[in-house]
Design a binder for this molecule. Structure first.
Ligand code: COA
Length: 317
């Protein structure tokens, strides 16, 4: 068995198999169009690779994607060293081939490939099938909680300095500063825009209106969000709130944007830094996350993966 990089034709062929897992409610042609469009997005085009576990004769046994994402490691002298981490997505084995260890082999063979990157720091995935399958390949899970808020009526821009449009992601992320962590995953604006591309695609395919803004600022605090069209939810991609008042104002704007877009709820991934702020938002309820369990492993010595590592929703693939 060997691991190979998929050609464009193989990627398209794979879409017809993975439809069963990730296609509905899109039609098969709608899903094929989604995949083409997501692969063509500048971030994916530059950073995504599709891997195939193949028999020697060429038959595909399992597949996945990796996205290179920026990370920072603190060196012994305290300086911050930029490097590459890899987010793994869409691990898939056809139903008739499941239970024979192919997905595990794929994950095991992938690690040495990722370690070849000269600045490799960590591998990250978001499991929808619990932790045990990926623990076998060395990944360890972090706890995963969500906060849910009800949309509410009102003028979205009230009580914040301004709402953000989709061309302002660069500016929005430039306002934030990496916290003091020994290791940190730190997205680019292009990575954030990939979530908006998903929003654009589902909006078109399902005929859902897009939310009127993708974030807001108040003082030196910033929030970014995107619609998950499939479930009709507004998810906070990024919440950098410097005070409790700022957190309330930014989440209030998200709730009003969600209401105007006809969405059913606002969802925020808990991070160590945002948990105390979220706990004090009236009406916010905490629930264990269903799926998207973050799991990580270092790709080089010195990468410390602690429970205090923030994993914002913008890192999800
Ligand atoms: C998950 C998946 C990739 C596993 O592929 P596979 O080749 O059968 O994997 P392996 O044989 O290496 O490992 C199978 C293990 O995964 C577990 N597993 C598979 N699906 C699972 C699920 N939905 N929930 C919990 N565990 C699951 C099996 O129980 C099995 O564990 P066991 O060996 O202890 O019995 C495959 O079931 C699949 O493609 N599912 C649909 C897409 C998907 O959900 N992908 C994962 C996204 S994170």
């Amino acid at each position: 068995m060997r691991l190979v990089l998929a050609t464009d034709a193989q990627k398209t062929e794979r879409d017809s198999f993975t439809y069963s897992a990730w296609g509905p409610p899109l039609t098969p042609p709608g899903y094929a169009a989604r995949e083409q469009r997501l692969r063509a997005h500048p971030w994916a085009h530059a950073e995504m690779r599709t891997w195939l576990l193949c028999k020697e004769a060429g038959e595909v046994l399992a597949s996945c994607e990796t996205f290179r994402t920026r990370s920072f490691l603190r060196a012994e002298d305290g300086t911050r060293v930029a490097g590459d981490s890899f987010a793994i997505a869409s691990v898939f084995t056809e139903e008739r081939l499941r239970g024979r260890g192919y997905a595990t082999q794929l994950m095991d063979l992938l690690l040495p490939e990722l370690r070849l990157a000269p600045e490799a720091q960590a591998a990250l995935l978001f499991s929808d099938v619990g932790p045990s399958i990926y623990r076998r390949s060395g990944y360890r899970e972090l706890s995963a909680w969500n906060w849910a808020l009800a949309p509410e009526p009102g003028e979205p821009g009230d009580l914040v300095d301004r709402l953000l449009g989709e061309t302002e992601l660069d500016k929005a992320l430039a306002r934030t500063h990496p916290p003091e962590q020994p290791f940190l995953l730190w997205p680019t604006a292009a990575q954030a825009d990939w979530h908006l591309e998903r929003e654009r695609i589902y909006s078109k395919e399902l005929g859902r209106p897009r939310p009127e803004a993708c974030g807001a600022t108040i003082g030196s605090s910033t929030a970014l969000w995107a619609m998950v069209g499939k479930s009709g939810v507004l998810v906070l991609l990024w919440l950098d709130a410097r005070t409790q008042e700022d957190a309330s104002a930014l989440l209030g704007a998200a709730r009003r944007v969600a209401y105007r877009a006809g969405l059913s709820r606002v969802e925020v991934w808990e991070e160590p830094g945002t948990a105390p702020l979220l706990a004090r938002i009236p009406g916010a309820t905490r629930e264990p996350r269903d799926g998207a369990l973050p799991m990580l492993q270092p790709l080089r010595p010195g990468v410390l993966l602690s429970e205090s590592l923030p994993i914002p929703r913008v890192l999800w693939v």
